[in-house]
Ligand binder design. Structure first.
Ligand code: SF4
Ligand code: SF4
Length: 167
């Protein structure tokens, strides 16, 4: 099955279907969490296998990526750079101590590919989080990225059909 991957089209759909998605999100709350996880996992397995993230990279241009102190340490080793220099150049730290990459698009993005792919952060690996359990608790966050992530867009559209929300 061919999935939609044109970012401009998907962004436009995000605007045009904002109201529909809002209704869909509310309708999903009537379903059991385990049932939703099963449906999302089944669809996501097909969609994420068919969409090549290395031809997209859109999340790397739009997301704030949180990283842990351990990940900063590990990356400093990989980049052969003192941790203090790495933090100064690429990391921002909130007053509460949360660390995140200091640039959007991400500094490590090279064309549409991650320049540190083998060492990318947990949040990068997990996005868009559709393989995890607890989809029902992440509905809002997932729908927020409907217009920017082709995987989310296609999974949500297929869910609408599967759950008879649309014909
Ligand atoms: S570290 Fe790599 S995968 Fe993560 S946001 Fe940056 S470019 Fe994307
Ligand atoms: S996770 Fe979504 S936005 Fe990120 S590269 Fe893959 S398809 Fe694109």
């Amino acid at each position: 099955m061919a999935y939609e991957t044109k970012l401009q089209y998907i962004a436009q759909q995000g605007i045009e279907k904002a109201e529909e998605n809002d209704f869909f999100l509310r309708s999903l709350k009537q379903h059991e969490g385990a049932e939703l996880d099963r449906i999302v996992h089944e669809i996501n397995t097909k969609v994420s296998a068919a969409i090549d993230c290395t031809s997209c990279g859109n999340c790397c241009k739009t997301l704030i990526v949180n990283i842990t102190p351990e990940e900063i340490k590990d990356l400093a080793v990989v980049m052969n750079m003192p941790e203090t220099e790495l933090r100064e150049k690429h990391i921002e730290e909130s007053q509460q101590g949360a660390c995140y990459i200091n640039s959007i698009p991400c500094h490590f993005l090279e064309d549409k590919k991650c320049g540190i792919y083998q060492h990318r952060f947990r949040e990068c690996r997990d996005f868009p989080h559709l393989h995890k359990t607890g989809f029902r608790e992440r509905l809002l966050g997932t729908l927020l990225h409907y217009g920017s992530c082709p995987i989310i867009y296609n999974v949500i559209e297929e869910m609408k059909h599967k759950l008879n929300f649309i014909e």
